[in-house]
Ligand binder design. Structure first.
Ligand SMILES: [Fe+2]
Ligand SMILES: [Fe+2]
Length: 268
């Protein structure tokens, strides 16, 4: 059991600390040259999460669970701080105090939701509190479907408008994931879990199909951006970042599926 706690903690921290580190970079790139204070703060968060990522990678499964509990607390603290920073930046943008800065409000809100998610995961892990499976399935899907719908919107808006075909594909994904999100919310309100349980297998299957095709679209876009074969203002690292988040969601869907059916996880 304690091994499981260490393994799950390290898995979450390794994935999300890299994501938080990259958010710091994306935020910094979106500020104007004169926003030196904000640039410094973003750089500090970059170093903080880089250090956390390195420490998480150095720990092993055999680590003392108490050490990991303390580590999780420390990471939780850092995640709370970056959440506050992101909400502050969002406030500045919404009040038009950063005119000409290059990050969409929805993107800043989005990265703050990811920080909040990370913080909650750490809290749950340390409290040893696991939601009943059907609740966890619905909650995670509501969270990740919205994340995926946002990604499609960011891609659509950051592609050059002359990339008509790709913009159209991104818009189609945006619509598809908005629909899936509404469907997930409908299911969410039909709880308690005992009533929704028989529907979850089909729910996961349906989501998996769409996430796979969005994941493949992101992979293609990322490859094309890296090869300089399409016009966009998408940072190559952002393309890879959203691809990894789709992979994460797929991994969770497979994990839930195998917990539901007792079937082993598909090979990577
Ligand atoms: Fe992200
Ligand atoms: Fe994201």
């Amino acid at each position: 059991m304690s091994n499981e706690f260490v393994a799950r903690s390290l898995d979450e921290v390794r994935f999300w600390s890299r994501i938080m580190k990259e958010h710091s970079l994306f935020l910094r790139l979106g500020f104007r040259c004169e926003d030196t204070q904000l640039i410094n703060e973003a750089n500090q968060f970059y170093s903080i999460f880089e250090a956390i990522e390195n420490r998480a990678n150095a720990f092993t499964i055999g680590e003392d669970p108490q050490t990991i509990t303390r580590f999780n607390e420390e990471v939780h603290n850092a995640a709370s701080h970056i959440w506050v920073f992101k909400r502050k930046v969002l406030g500045l943008i919404l009040r038009c105090q950063l005119p000409g800065a290059n990050n969409f409000p929805l993107l800043v809100d989005h990265v703050s939701r990811e920080a909040n998610y990370f913080r909650n995961r750490l809290e749950e892990l340390n409290a040893g509190r696991l939601e009943p499976l059907p609740d966890a399935i619905i909650d995670e899907n509501v969270f990740f479907l919205r994340i995926m719908a946002d990604h499609a919107k960011f891609i659509s808006h950051l592609l050059d408008p002359s990339e008509r075909k790709l913009v159209e594909q991104a818009n189609n994904f945006s619509h598809e994931f908005d629909q899936l999100l509404f469907q997930a919310r409908d299911l969410d309100s039909m709880r308690p879990q005992s009533q929704t349980a028989p529907l979850l297998d089909q729910f996961l299957d349906q989501n998996r199909v769409s996430v796979k095709s969005l994941r493949d679209f992101k992979k293609t876009a990322s490859d094309l951006i890296n090869a300089c074969r399409i016009k966009s203002i998408i940072h190559p690292l952002l393309a890879d970042h959203v691809f990894r988040e789709a992979e994460r969601f797929l991994h969770m869907i497979d994990m839930f599926e195998s917990s539901l059916t007792g079937k082993p996880m598909p090979a990577e």
